[in-house]
Design a protein around this ligand. Structure first.
Ligand code: GLN
Length: 385
C-alpha cells in the first residue's frame, strides 16, 4: 500500500516545545516551556512597524532582504561581532533564524554528507539534518559545565563532514563557547574543509561577564562560516519572523536560491522596522542583559529551593535542570505532571537529545518572562516539595 506521508516526514516528530505551549494553554498554566517573552516589545520598534505599513511597504521586499535592513545588519555585525561584510552579497534575510538555518543547510549539504551537532541541541537541528538529507553526528556536551571532549570531536570529522552546527550562547544549556573552544572547532573546520553554521541569536543575553565570540571572526573562518541571527530574542519579537544568514558571496548565492523558492521573503514592513531595531542605542543591550540576569537569578534560586538541580546558564534564557530527586520514571511523565497538577509548563529533556534516554532526568525551564510570571511559577513549584 502506498503511504501518503513521505519517509522523510516520518523520521521526526512534531516539536515538543511548541506542543508544550498548547498543553499549557489547555491547563491555563504558566508557560516556562517555549522560549518567548511575555513582556512588551520596545515601543519605538512597534511604532516603526506601524509606520512601515502606513508608508506602504506592503508588497514583496527584494527576496534576500530589504536594503535598509541588510545595511543595518552589516553595520551591527561590524561593531558587535567585529566582522565587515558586503550587504549586497553576503546577507540573506529569511523568515526567522529557523528558516535561515534550514535554507543554509539545504544550500550546502548533499544527501549522505555528515553534519556534526553538539548535544543537547535546540530541537530544530534534528529535523533540519533530516530535511537536508544529512547524516547527523552528535557530540556530547558534558554537564555540569557542558564541555566537550576534544578527542571525540576530532574523531567525528572526516571527508564526508560538510558542516558543524554551533549555537552560542547555547539553547538549552546556557553554555557560552570560549575562544579556545571555538579555535579548536575552527582548526578542525579548516583542516577538513567544513562549514560552521552558527546560530547566535542569544548573542546579547549574557551573564556574569561572559563574552560572546563569533567563530566567523577567527582567522581563516570568515569564508567558511554561515552566521545566523534574528531580531526575535534581542528585541523580543519572536512572532515577526525576521532572521538572516551571513555568509561569503559564493555561499550566499546558494542560500538565496533555496530561500527564494521556500518562502520568497520575510514580511516587508517588519523588515523595515527591524532596520530601526538594529540601530537601537547601545545602552539597550546592556539593559537587556541586566534584566535577564535578574530573571535568571530569581528563577535559579526558586528552582534550587524547590528541589531541582540547577545548571546555571552563562547565556541565553533557559535553565536546564536535573529532576532525578523527584523520583519520576522519566522526563515526559514529570513534565506532564508539572503542567497538569501544578500548572507550570516546561520542556522534557529528551527533546534535546538524539536518543531520549539521554535526557530522561532533565527538564528545561525558560525565563523571558515578567517578574510576576516568574513569581507565580515559583509559588507553584514550591508546592512540589
Ligand atoms: N527557541 C525557542 C525555544 O527553544 C522556541 C523557538 C520556536 O518555537 N520557534 O523554546
Amino acid at each position: 500500500m502506498k503511504t501518503f506521508s513521505s519517509e522523510r516526514a516520518s523520521r521526526f516528530t512534531e516539536s515538543v516545545i511548541r506542543e508544550m505551549t498548547r498543553i499549557c494553554l489547555k491547563h491555563q498554566g504558566v508557560n516556562l516551556a517555549q522560549g518567548f517573552p511575555d513582556f512588551p516589545a520596545p515601543l519605538e520598534i512597534k511604532e516603526a512597524a506601524i509606520q512601515s505599513i502606513q508608508r506602504d511597504f506592503n508588497q514583496y521586499a527584494i527576496t534576500w532582504g530589504t536594503p535598509s535592513l541588510r545595511q543595518a545588519i552589516s553595520e551591527k555585525f561590524a561593531w558587535y561581532n567585529g566582522i565587515t561584510i558586503d550587504p549586497e552579497q553576503e546577507i540573506t534575510v529569511c523568515c526567522g533564524s529557523t528558516e535561515a538555518m534550514i535554507s543554509s543547510l539545504m544550500a550546502i549539504v548533499n544527501p549522505g554528507e555528515e553534519v556534526i551537532v553538539f548535544e543537547p541541541f535546540y530541537e530544530n537541528y534534528g529535523p533540519d539534518t533530516i530535511l537536508c538529507g544529512a547524516k547527523p553526528r552528535f557530540i556530547t556536551l558534558h554537564e555540569p559545565d557542558w564541555h566537550f571532549d576534544e578527542q571525540e570531536l576530532a574523531r567525528a570529522f572526516n571527508n564526508k563532514t560538510k558542516a558543524i552546527i554551533l549555537n552560542t550562547p547555547n539553547n538549552p544549556t546556557g553554555k557560552v563557547f570560549s575562544r579556545e573552544e571555538l579555535q579548536f572547532i575552527a582548526d578542525l573546520c579548516l583542516k577538513w574543509g567544513v562549514i560552521a553554521a552558527t546560530d547566535e541569536i542569544y548573542e546579547h543575553i549574557l551573564y556574569d561577564g561572559a563574552k560572546h565570540i563569533s567563530i566567523a571572526s577567527l582567522p581563516g573562518m570568515r569564508n567558511q562560516t554561515i552566521t545566523i541571527n534574528s531580531i526575535s530574542k534581542t528585541y523580543s519579537l519572536t512572532g515577526w519572523r525576521v532572521g538572516w544568514a551571513i555568509a561569503s558571496p559564493h555561499l550566499t548565492a546558494s542560500i538565496r536560491k533555496v530561500h527564494d523558492f521556500l518562502t520568497v521573503g520575510a514580511p516587508h514592513p517588519l523588515q523595515e522596522a527591524g532596520a530601526i531595531a538594529l540601530k537601537m542605542d547601545r545602552s539597550y543591550y546592556e539593559t537587556l542583559a541586566r534584566e535577564y540576569q535578574e530573571r535568571r537569578d530569581f528563577l535559579a534560586k526558586a528552582l534550587d529551593e524547590s528541589g531541582f538541580k540547577v545548571y546555571l546558564p552563562f547565556g541565553a534564557y533557559y535553565i536546564m535542570t536535573d529532576v532525578k530527586g523527584f523520583g519520576f520514571s522519566d522526563d515526559v511523565t514529570f513534565a506532564r505532571h508539572l503542567v497538569e497538577k501544578f500548572g507550570v509548563a516546561t520542556v522534557p529533556g529528551s527533546s534535546f537529545y538524539s536518543s531520549p534516554s539521554l535526557g530522561r532526568t532533565k527538564v528545561r525551564f525558560c525565563f523571558p518572562k515578567k517578574r510576576e510570571t516568574l513569581q507565580a511559577a515559583a509559588e507553584r513549584l514550591k508546592r512540589l516539595k
